[in-house]
Every structure is written in C-alpha cells, then in structure tokens.
Design a protein around this ligand. Structure first.
Ligand code: NAP
Length: 247
C-alpha cells in the first residue's frame, strides 16, 4: 500500500535503478522513474504503478523538464544514472568517453540534485547516490571511470556537510561487481567480453543493491546511513577477485 511519499530514481530502465524502483514501490513509495529508453521505463512504471518520464542527465534541458514534473514534496532521490565507457590506459583515453562519464556520473548527479533540493527540503527527504568502489580505489585502465566516481563521492560528502542542519539525509551506496548491463555498456555492446567480468564468481545482483537503498531510506528520521560499501564475497578490492573457487 502507498505511504503517499514520492521517490525519484534516475537510470531506472535497467539494472540497479530498475531493481531499486521496484523495491521502493514494494515498501510503499510512489515512484517516478527516469532514463532515456522510454519503452522499458513505461513497462516498469506500469508494473509498479509508478510514473515514467524521459530523462537524459547529460542534457540540462531534459533535467529541467523532468524535475519540473516531480511533486513538491520529495522523500527520496536515488541518483543512479551513470556507468563506464571503455577500459583503456590513459595513453589511449578517448575524450568523448571521458566526457560522457563525467557528464552522466558527476554533472548529471549535480543537476538533478540541484533542481530537486527545494522539493527534498520540503519533504524532509533523502538523497542516495549510487557511486562505486571505483570512487574509493583506482585500477589500471579504469582512470576515466574511477575519476568520475571519485568526483561523485566527493560531491556526496560535500552535500552531507552542506545539508547539515537540515532534515535532508545523504547516503553513498558504493557497490563492487554487480551483474547488470554495466559491462555491456562499458565494452560498447561486446556481450562476450562483458560476460567475462562475472566469470568464475557469484556477482551481486541489482536486487542486492536495491536492498541496501531500501534499508538506508527506511531507518528512523534521525539516522543517517552515510556510506554502504558492498561487494561479492569473491571480491576483496576492485582488482582482487577470486575466481573459480565456487564463491
Ligand atoms: P546499467 O544496467 O547499464 O544501468 C545504467 C542506467 O543508467 C540505465 O538505466 C541507463 O538508462 C541509465 N543512464 C545512463 N546514461 C544516462 C543518461 N545520460 N541519462 C539518464 N539515464 C542514463 O548499469 P547498473 O550497473 O545498473 O548501473 C547503475 C549505477 O550503478 C551506475 O551509476 C553505475 O556506475 C553504478 N555501479 C555499477 C556497478 C556494477 O558493477 N554494475 C558497480 C558499482 C556502481 P538509459 O540508457 O535508458 O538512459
């Protein structure tokens, strides 16, 4: 049953965002979902009884239109839209890929948050930013993505300070390996290469991360879960992964 409170999830057309929208609806939120692939969004909104609207976080006008349609009191904003492009050394970095990663993971998060802050203040709301363990450590060939996620984490920590003294809560959810479309996007549609990322281990699922988000936003109003770092058992760090051990 609806609790009458609204949640917005960006990047909800697949993976973590989709699972999070589903999980938030299940615990009673009215959910508004945004992403670029409308067909998927509309199917999800129909399933969960939510609202779908096109959103490209890399396009300021699109963010403005989307945010104008959000109700005046917002309980939860999940900044999830983002991802990686490419896995090359800095020597072979492509400007366009880096620009896209910074636009989506950093500027997109800033734009949506900036536009929705008045509604979050009115709703005594909660901002959950889906960053990554790539926001805490680096790995060879990952500089474009790790730089973007380090920036997203810095923005999240800054927001926590800037919103101190208001009721708005700020949580950073930082996953390790989660099997979604993430690697397919990173490797530009190369499904075989994407599959190898998760070979020989049990990766997290999108639902595992949705669980973390729901847990954080359902704590009592005086509790701010600052950070959740979550990895598969087989993964100790971004680059230390035990494969073929039945884990
Ligand atoms: P995914 O399945 O590829 O989902 C990415 C979502 O972001 C899609 O819904 C995509 O929708 C949306 N998106 C991408 N660019 C966008 C844009 N410009 N405007 C609006 N939406 C955009 O990957 P995922 O694993 O669920 O990723 C979700 C978040 O988790 C990302 O921020 C990612 O960096 C982070 N993360 C993932 C992992 C992992 O291992 N999978 C680990 C740590 C952190 P459209 O293409 O339809 O717009």
């Amino acid at each position: 049953m609806s609790n009458g409170r609204w949640a917005v999830v960006t990047g909800a057309s697949s993976g973590i965002g989709e699972a999070t929208a589903r999980a938030l609806a299940k615990v009673g939120f009215e959910v508004m979902v945004g992403a670029r692939r409308m067909e998927r969004l509309e199917a999800l909104a129909a399933e969960i009884g939510g609202q779908a609207m096109r959103l490209d976080v890399a396009d300021a006008a699109s963010v403005e239109t989307f945010c104008a349609a959000v109700p005046a009191e917002l309980a939860v904003l999940v900044n999830n839209a983002g991802g990686a492009l490419g896995l090359e050394p800095v020597a072979q970095a492509r400007d366009i890929d880096w620009l896209t990663m910074i636009e989506t993971n950093v500027l997109g998060l800033m734009r949506v948050t900036r536009a929705l802050l008045p509604r979050l203040l009115a709703g005594r709301g909660h901002i959950v930013n889906v960053t990554s363990i790539a926001g805490r450590e680096v790995y060879p060939n990952g500089a474009g993505y790790t730089a973007a996620k380090h920036a997203a984490r810095a923005v999240t920590q800054t927001l926590r300070m800037e919103l101190n003294g208001t009721p708005v809560r700020v949580t950073d959810v930082a996953p390790g390996l989660v099997e979604t479309e993430f690697s397919r996007v990173r490797f530009f549609g190369d499904v075989e290469r994407a599959k190898k990322t998760y070979e020989g281990l049990t990766p997290l699922t999108a639902a595992d991360i949705a669980d973390c988000v729901v847990w954080a936003v359902t704590r009592p109003a005086h509790v701010n879960v600052d950070e959740i770092v979550v990895k598969p058992v087989a993964q100790a760090t971004a680059s230390m992964v035990a494969r073929g051990r039945g884990l």
